[in-house]
Design a protein around this ligand. Sequence first.
Ligand SMILES: [Zn+2]
Ligand SMILES: [Zn+2]
Length: 97
Amino acid sequence: PGLNLVNSDVLACCSPLNSQVSSLINGEYGHGAGQFQCSDCGKRYSYQSTLRRHVKLECGKTPQFYCDHCSYKTKRKCDLLRHYGTQHQVVVVDMKT
Ligand SMILES: [Zn+2]
Ligand SMILES: [Zn+2]
């Protein structure tokens, strides 16, 4: 015994098991998705570039975009813009992108 190491940090936040289950539900697992796995949170991605973006921009980061109208917050700007539209019927015109 001794070689059967389990990363308790991974199991604590979003375990690989859970992401596999959700991938199964979403039908992503069947067609080759997820050969690149994040070593921090266990999320799987089809492309290394997508995984790199996740690690760089998403993984372990706190949300950077906050809604002015409620307590909603997200890591991704596009999610916030969509939130404005769906939850507050506000169309945000973003000049910078
Ligand atoms: Zn991750
Ligand atoms: Zn809101």
